[in-house]
Ligand binder design. Structure first.
Ligand code: GRF
Length: 183
């Protein structure tokens, strides 16, 4: 299924999804990279892997979303993976792609929706953290959960060390969640 990945930053999840798309019988091909900033380091993977990219500042949300929807249609994209994408898509955009947008979030949802998930987990002296792949709905980080992975928090963990541990698990979780979705 032709897939677009939306990013705002490093793109380590994007890179991992590109690798996953190249495995024999992978359910996805990545045909478009979308970002809300030209500063996203992950855009380098567009050149590296010869994948079309589209950058929009989202200054004007309506125009940005309309252009992206037109491009998705033109490229016949049927599935969207958000990976560190820092803009909240509108209800109408999500509706047009009903049920075919997924996101990876660095916490065990429904705990810690939004930002600073690792800091909150440590502050609350949680024993376990993790990451979640879920469907995107109009309500932030609240869509149906597809798959989760737990990560033990050790006493000496900081939010930085925990973020590294969770990110490693994210790279395993995203492909596993997509496999579960399509197989
Ligand atoms: C990851 O921690 C992901 O959980 C969150 O944003 C970060 C993206 O990292 N959504 P990267 O850009 O994929 O490296």
């Amino acid at each position: 299924i032709k897939t677009a990945v939306f990013i705002s930053g490093t793109g380590s999840n994007l890179k991992n999804l590109i690798k996953f798309s190249k495995i024999k019988n992978s359910p996805i091909s990545i045909d478009l990279i979308v970002s809300n900033t030209s500063k996203a380091k992950g855009l380098k993977f567009s050149n590296q892997f010869n994948i079309k990219k589209y950058v929009s500042s989202f200054k004007n949300y309506k125009i940005a979303e309309t252009k992206i929807l037109n491009l998705l249609k033109k490229e016949n994209i049927k599935f969207i993976c958000l990976a560190g994408f820092m803009k909240i898509l509108s209800k109408s955009f999500i509706k047009k792609f009903s049920g075919k947008i997924v996101n990876i979030h660095p916490s065990l949802l429904p705990k810690y929706k939004g930002l600073d998930t690792h800091f909150k987990a440590i502050q609350n002296k949680d024993k376990v953290a993790g990451c979640t792949v879920h469907f995107v709905t109009a309500k932030l980080d609240s869509g149906k959960i597809i798959l989760q992975k737990k990560v033990k928090i050790s006493k000496k963990d900081t939010s930085i060390s925990l973020a590294k541990k969770v990110l490693k698990q994210e790279h395993k979780l995203y492909p596993a969640a997509i496999k579960k979705l399509f197989n």
